[in-house]
Design a protein around this ligand. Sequence first.
Ligand SMILES: Nc1ncnc2c1ncn2[C@@H]1O[C@H](COP(=O)(O)OP(=O)(O)OP(=O)(O)O)[C@@H](O)[C@H]1O
Length: 255
Amino acid sequence: MSVQKHQNAGEGCTGACCLRLDKLGVDIGGDSILHDVSFHLHCGEIVALIGPNGAGKSSLFRAILGQIGHTGSIDFQQAGGSRTRPLIGYVPQSPSFDRGDPVSVLDFFAAAISDWPVFLPTPRRLRERVRGCLERVHGASLIDKRLGALSGGELQRVLLALALEPLPHILILDEPLSGVDIDGERQLLDMLDEIRRSYDLSILLSTHDFATLEQFADKVVLLKSSVLRVGPPREVLTSPEFREVFHLDLRKEGM
Ligand SMILES: Nc1ncnc2c1ncn2[C@@H]1O[C@H](COP(=O)(O)OP(=O)(O)OP(=O)(O)O)[C@@H](O)[C@H]1O
């Protein structure tokens, strides 16, 4: 699938947004989890969603994915102006597999992208398709590994490859950096940058790792039930809202 590129993507809203959230609200069991959540996600942009535990980051993803109901609007506009429902690729928060599980990356992938029965040998054409998907994340060599034997970083790459098939308009990753070591983190961030440049898709991810935000995020959304601050990483990380949410004491830091 080729993704049509927006002409006016970049700072500010020029009317070429991929995804617009306007006054989004989510209630679960009578409790207000999110309210008044508004921000835009542009084509080719990496947006990091940050906030304390329980801020509503995963709930926001679930609302965008259509898994839970919401109030307000989630609007998607393609480069040509059409408003079809976007294709969204999703990488969930660190799923774990039994270390002894005999299922290979090929079996797992083939079952997810085709209806070929897993108990039959995988046809060559399907194997090549899976290899092509894994190549997008430089993971072709993982094809015959057992899922249970993958490292945290390798598993993230396999799940990322799966989320990219078919190529989505928007890629959502729920805490992709948790459980990944420093090298794996660097590789994953480089890969996300390469993916957004190659395919011009928008990436929305949640993270608790603030040290890397300036290196990879175009924009940061600080969430705690509602949006407290949106802006470039440095602006959000030095904002009074950030300090208050994460209980950073200005006096102790001599500022
Ligand atoms: N199915 C549910 N039923 C009841 N409450 C829920 C449900 N899902 C989420 N919540 C509540 O909604 C709030 C937001 O949870 P959510 O998982 O979206 O936060 P989060 O920002 O992703 O947290 P974390 O950083 O810890 O992963 C929490 O108070 C949580 O208990």
